[in-house]
Design a protein around this ligand. Sequence first.
Ligand SMILES: Cc1ncc(COP(=O)(O)O)c(C=O)c1O
Length: 500
Amino acid sequence: MPDTTNDPAQRPAQRPAPGASPTHRYEALAETIVTLVDNGTLRPGMRAPSLRRLAAQNRASMSTALQAYRLLEDRGVLEARPKSGFYVASGSKVSLQTPAVSKPPAKAAPVSVGSGVLELLEHAANPNLVPLGCAIPSADLLAASRLDRFLARAARAQGTDYNIYTEPRGDEKLRTEIARRGLQWGQILAPQDIAVTCGCTEALSLALRAITRRGDTVAIESPTYFGILQVLEALGLKALELPTDATEGIELAALEKALKSKRISVCLLSSNFNNPLGFAVSAAKKQAILALLTRHKVPLIEDDIYGDIYFGKERPQPFSTIAPEADILYCSSFSKTLAPGYRVGWVASRHHMQRVLEGKFATTLCGPALPQVALAEFLANGGYDNHLRRLRRVFADHIDRMVRTIDRSFPRSTRVSRPAGGFVLWLELPEGFDSRRLFKQALEEGICFAPGDAFSASGRYRNCLRLSCGHDWTPRIEAAVETLGALVTQQLGEDSPECA
Ligand SMILES: Cc1ncc(COP(=O)(O)O)c(C=O)c1O
């Protein structure tokens, strides 16, 4: 007899519907599937057992199995995909709202985020804390040992050849591999349009240095990644925070108004999946943003560090692919998908490469050669696309589990983002909630997360927090999210979510 203990469809229909026993056979079958979804055996995006298997293993007719799946489709638990079968719907049961559109001040101001961010970074590096703080994937999710082999091989074969200064642009083979990868989503780049940098942070910094002067104003999303704010602060730039929707990105009308009435030197936006909101901007909206910027002769710096971690069918295009002739400086790195510790990123620009290279030369001369050589070999021969496919599945699953855990352990007034990619979640609590107070309490419980005010140039979002889903989903992480939910409930003085 085959071993069916791990076969979801083989388990008996056991759980009656809450409050009442299913009266029909198809309802009982449907409940079997609901139980499997609830306990995580069947996860969002997974294919449900075929109708034939469900029917045979539960000794039901095909039409009963079909009736059960139609019921689950109506309830939003499953979705039918033509010629493919039934799949567990993603996010089907989350009832919390998404964050409201942000309303930052319509005035550019100098940035000051330094000390709050450093406090977060210190705690985020503490391995004893539950790691919900920094947007870093855990090492075991990255292709670390395979990449190490490429590094060791490069060092063994030609170590002394790489103990040199590279040209300021960086290793040519790596730049060629980066240009080749871009072709997959229609980005036409020549290796000489690319400069290898020390992570995306240096790419952003060099891009800003190339086209701004102290005191200039940079239009940004709000909330945005605190590293961007730190770079603006270090370069003496002002930030104009734009109202931003958690699912669609910046408000076009606000950008247009700002461009008409203010002196904006550059706009800095995420290409895909802003950190911390995770939204995907449609191609049409990207086109409209670029048309506005071009009309006002304002260049764009785009940060595409999360572009490869998409949960949809295909990789969304960056701005630079949508309008190849536009004045764009494209920034990215391998830090979120492969090797945060190698510190390898890049900036690509047709129009400003000379200034970028002058900046590179003046700051770090060039990057270390060996990690670049190892990465070039890995991109050519290491199975990067397979690795990315797995990583996307894993992060989508982590996000889904985290959202469900938040849904059942946080107060009903919590709003939570539904990212289209990346691996962070943004939570918004009612005005007056203090995430810095929660941060202190969480540290005492051995948990780290990112308080919301780190993501604003104007001290906003103290009622918000960001949780990272970059680590394997374990009972420890689940318990930490539940503890945060209890602490939030306590601070708000609300009833437990079950009573609400
Ligand atoms: C949006 C965004 N840009 C840039 C960076 C910095 O990347 P890197 O580690 O490659 O310097 C991060 C890191 O969290 C990020 O989230």
